[in-house]
Design a protein around this ligand. Structure first.
Ligand SMILES: [Fe+2]
Length: 129
C-alpha cells in the first residue's frame, strides 16, 4: 500500500533507504489494521506508532547531519518541517485511538503518507540536486 516510488529517490543512498523504511513502517500499520485475526490491536498499534515516531526522529537527525555536512542552504526551513511532523506525532492521543482504532489509524496513515510524499518531493529531492 505505502511504498517508495522511483520519483521519490533523492539519489542519496542513506536518505533513500531510510525513506524506504518509513514507508515500510506505515505499511505495517496498514496491514495490522486489516488483519482480522487479531481481536484487540491496541498494543500492537501503539508499538508500530512508537516505532514510526522513533524511526522518524532518527531519520530526521541523519538527514539534518547530512545537510550540514554539505552546507545545504535550506537547512533551517527544512528542519522546521521535520519539527512540525514530530510535534504532530508527539501530540497524538493514544486513548482516542483506542476508541475507534481503525478510523483514527487510517486518518493517521493518511497524514503520514501525505506528509512523507509532499516532504520528499518538495524538500528532500532538492538535497540531492
Ligand atoms: Fe527531510
Amino acid at each position: 500500500m505505502f511504498e517508495m516510488k522511483p520519483e521519490y529517490m533523492t539519489g542519496i543512498t542513506m536518505i533513500d533507504e531510510e525513506h524506504q523504511k518509513l514507508f515500510e513502517l506505515a505499511d505495517q500499520l496498514y496491514d495490522l489494521l486489516n488483519n482480522d485475526f487479531i481481536h484487540d490491536k491496541f498494543d500492537y498499534i501503539v508499538e508500530v506508532i512508537n516505532g514510526l515516531k522513533e524511526y522518524a526522529k532518527k531519520h530526521f537527525k541523519d538527514e539534518e547531519e547530512y545537510m550540514m555536512s554539505i552546507n545545504y542552504k535550506r537547512l533551517f526551513s527544512h528542519k522546521i518541517e521535520h519539527q512540525a511532523f514530530l510535534e504532530k506525532m508527539e501530540g497524538l492521543d493514544l486513548e482516542s485511538i483506542d476508541e475507534d482504532q481503525k478510523q483514527t489509524c487510517l486518518e493517521l496513515l493518511g497524514f503520514v503518507s501525505d506528509w512523507l510524499v509532499n516532504h520528499i518531493l518538495g524538500n528532500d529531492i532538492l538535497i540531492g540536486k
